[in-house]
Design a binder for this molecule. Structure first.
Ligand SMILES: Cc1cc2nc3c(=O)[nH]c(=O)nc-3n(C[C@H](O)[C@H](O)[C@H](O)COP(=O)(O)OP(=O)(O)OC[C@H]3O[C@@H](n4cnc5c(N)ncnc54)[C@H](O)[C@@H]3O)c2cc1C
Length: 439
């Protein structure tokens, strides 16, 4: 993610630098007004480009899943592009506000003349006001995004205003960009970003995001295999195109509640029946088994995600790690392997639970692994102080550095394992992670 965002910002900076060196001739004039002008265009360009990127990624572009490594990663890039865009937008606003200070210290000498006629001037005034309003709203949104205690549901509704704010920013950028830009590569880049971001905004406002991947269906069965865990079986209509084991979908049981992402915890049996295992992790999922009834309609959008069963041909040692409800993609993998046990790779599968006896999935995992001799299941119960660490992985591992880890579980455990592996000189181990968090 860091590499992608760095490359993106570098590309935008290059386009800006090209204009600076080749067209304006202002690069040589380095009075405070010129420096302010360059800082204003650069911070504005960075902020707007990143905001356009965030807007495009918000449309859940499934065609970008492979290059990005899954929709959860796309959402992470979307989130950080948005955070950076707003922070740089704040900086842009501060630079804009610096004119009074420059005037007071250096006077008006060297101030760059305005280009364009009266119409352009009027549009620029409107664009400036819109930009100022948008940055205040965006800074407020940034605070709410970073303040994790702010209720997700409310945040999600407020977040729906983003396409409107983006369109305001596109207007701001289009009218306030220097006129010389439009005959330079930086202008072509801006035009592309404005077009892509505006189309994405209209898509979002019209409710078209994920439209081609939506299927309707009914809830067939609802069970509560353990307190706080709801198992839901859904049967979908012909619009459902099937899924690969390990993928997830956005599920709407109630229109006003909206969609929640859940991993499809079953393999594709070709009958358009899918199962979700849902843990009570918040307001809506708490007591879900009591809210759902068989026969009620359900809408499923997907499938998404690239957390897929690694092929048996891989030479690397496989280590699968599930923590708590993070077991769901592995349930789907193991179910999918039942059809071809000889294709199962050599795997050490660690499943970390609080209490082995009370866990709703241990018996199912044991039954699934019993037919797969190459999959060695290790259940670690924190009640008995059995904790998974990088040291355990090294001691039990067969090929050490050449291992490949597939992880789905609490972020704290993932961080601890990554740090531990690095400390043990096993930083080369490939670590694939499915994140259950998008905000
Ligand atoms: C790719 C993915 C796969 C997941 N698979 C499973 C699974 O198989 N089983 C399971 O129990 N849980 C799964 N989750 C987590 C599940 O989506 C949340 O626990 C659930 O949405 C919480 O809703 P809530 O209203 O009860 O909680 P809230 O208190 O409203 O939210 C708790 C947290 O859940 C997340 N969340 C809530 N609503 C949404 C939403 N509409 N879109 C995105 N994130 C949201 C946010 O990070 C939020 O901070 C998955 C999440 C992701 C991203």
């Amino acid at each position: 993610m860091k590499r992608f965002l760095t490359a993106f910002i570098a590309l935008v900076t290059l386009a800006w630098g090209w204009d600076l060196l080749s067209a304006s001739g202002a690069a040589g004039t380095l009075n405070p007004w010129a420096v302010r002008q360059h800082a204003l265009t650069l911070t504005g360009l960075w902020s707007f480009s990143l905001m356009s990127l965030a807007m495009v990624l918000a449309t859940r572009p499934a065609w970008l899943e492979r290059p990005f490594g899954g929709m959860d990663r796309i959402y992470r890039v979307h989130k950080w592009a948005g955070i950076l865009a707003i922070s740089l937008g704040g900086l842009h606003w501060l630079v804009e506000m610096s004119d009074d200070i420059i005037k007071a210290v250096y006077g008006r000498a060297g101030r760059l003349p305005k280009d364009g006629g009266a119409f352009l001037e009027a549009m620029r005034d409107a664009a400036e006001s819109l930009g100022e309003f948008a940055i205040y709203a965006l800074l407020a949104m940034l605070v709410l995004t970073l303040w994790k205690r702010f209720p997700f549901k409310l945040w999600r509704y407020l977040h729906k205003v983003m396409p409107v704010l983006y369109l305001a920013l596109a207007f701001h950028a289009a009218f306030l960009a220097p006129l010389g830009y439009w005959s330079q590569p930086v202008g072509a880049l801006m035009a592309l970003l404005i077009a892509a971001g505006s189309v994405a905004s209209v898509h979002a406002l019209a409710g078209w995001i994920g439209r081609s991947r939506r299927a309707e269906g009914v809830v067939e069965a609802v069970n509560e295999p353990a307190p706080g865990v709801t198992e839901v079986v859904c049967r979908l209509n012909e619009a459902w195109r099937g899924h690969r084991a390990g993928q997830f979908a956005f599920v709407t049981f109630e229109r006003f509640e909206g969609a929640h992402p859940f991993t499809i915890a079953s393999a594709d049996r070709g009958d358009r029946r899918i199962t979700f295992q849902i843990k009570a992790l918040g307001d809506y999922t708490h007591g879900l088994a009591q809210k759902l009834v068989p026969g009620q309609p359900v809408r499923v959008e997907g499938p998404y995600g690239c957390f897929e069963l690694p092929s048996g041909k891989r030479r690397r040692e496989q280590v699968w790690i599930a923590g708590g409800i993070g077991v769901t993609p592995f349930l789907a993998w193991l179910e999918a392997l039942q059809a071809a046990p000889d294709k199962a790779p050599e795997v050490d599968f660690y499943y970390s639970v609080r209490r082995r006896d009370a866990d709703p999935f241990v018996a199912r995992l044991e039954a699934l692994c019993a037919t797969l001799p190459s999959v060695r299941l290790h259940v670690l119960s924190s009640e008995h102080n059995e904790k998974l660490s990088a040291e355990t992985l090294r001691e039990r591992g067969r090929h050490g550095r050449r291992a490949e880890i597939w992880f789905c579980g609490p972020q704290g455990l993932a961080d601890k394992l990554r740090d531990g592996l690095r400390r043990l000189g096993m930083g080369g181990v490939r670590f694939h992670q499915e994140a259950f968090e998008m905000r």
